[in-house]
Write a protein that binds this ligand. Structure first.
Ligand code: AMP
Length: 253
């Protein structure tokens, strides 16, 4: 069974991002970039399948600029066998990524594609679902457990009320949730080994995909600053404040 893990290069989750002064986006100059955390979980899941003898090959795929090769090397150090970069300078939105990934899937013919449930930069949470629609494959999103046997995947999904278990006929798309696994610590020998693993570079033009954005960002703003709190003298005053507090319109839990 061949597994593709989709990995995106994003601003590291520890970085506090700042909005550019002209409000056209977030300033990513000189900030630490890393593999999207949910994609690290996807690569770990695929690697565990390989180690368990369920997968025969794990291919990490990223779409983005040349720097995304670093992200692919991280995936190779976790355990992917080889990597594919779709090299493009275009501003990539989920539909464009899904089209590029579909073209790679058509070429590679994997049995399973694992993506993150969301990229922590755009928080779109769309690419896996769009890819499943373009391929017309079954999908299981927000996976917290995956078992593969005899051409079927049984996936436990994190849903509002608890967990849902579904069976999918392969080939299929799965997106990872946080509880699926805890990715391994990448060791120095594995980082060295990853440098020698194959990394192929394709272009959007070679895949016959136009990655131009469909949506235009009008303005990016910092979230409103939190209002300062008040110190109440005692519990009675706190209760009085809580009782008199009116819920904001359309509040949700
Ligand atoms: P999103 O829909 O942007 O929140 O992304 C969901 C998932 O799609 C990510 O966790 C990745 O697995 C995959 N993905 C998004 N953008 C890319 C990209 N440029 N290259 C490879 N995979 C991507």
């Amino acid at each position: 069974m061949k597994v593709i893990a989709a990995v995106k290069r994003v601003v590291d989750y520890n970085v506090k991002v700042r909005v550019k002064s002209d409000q056209t986006g977030v300033d990513i100059g000189n900030v630490k970039m890393s593999i999207n955390p949910f994609d690290e979980i996807a690569v770990e899941a695929a690697t565990r399948m390989k180690e368990a003898g369920i997968a025969s090959e794990v291919v990490a795929v990223s779409c983005g600029t040349t720097q995304s090769q670093e992200t692919l090397r991280t995936a190779l150090a976790i355990g992917a066998d080889r990597a594919v970069l779709v090299d493009t300078d275009a501003e990539l939105q989920p539909l464009a990524v899904a089209k590029l990934l579909k073209a790679v899937v058509d070429k590679e013919q994997p049995d399973l594609v694992i993506l993150g449930k969301q990229a922590i930069d755009d928080d779109a949470g769309q690419t896996g679902q769009l890819l499943a629609a373009l391929l017309d494959w079954p999908q299981a999103t927000f996976a917290s457990h995956i078992e593969v046997s005899e051409g079927w995947a049984t996936v436990t999904r994190e849903v509002d009320g608890g967990q849902e278990v579904i069976s999918l006929k392969l080939p299929a798309i799965v997106t990872t949730d946080l509880r699926l696994n805890e990715p391994r610590y990448v060791t120095l020998p594995n980082i060295m080994k990853a440098k020698k693993k194959p990394l192929d570079v394709l272009t959007a033009a070679a895949l016959n995909v136009d990655p131009s954005p469909r949506l235009k960002t009008l303005r990016v703003e910092e979230p409103a600053a939190r209002k300062p709190g008040v110190i109440v003298p005692d519990v009675a005053a706190l209760l009085a404040k809580l009782k008199s507090r009116t819920a904001p319109p359309h509040s949700c839990m």
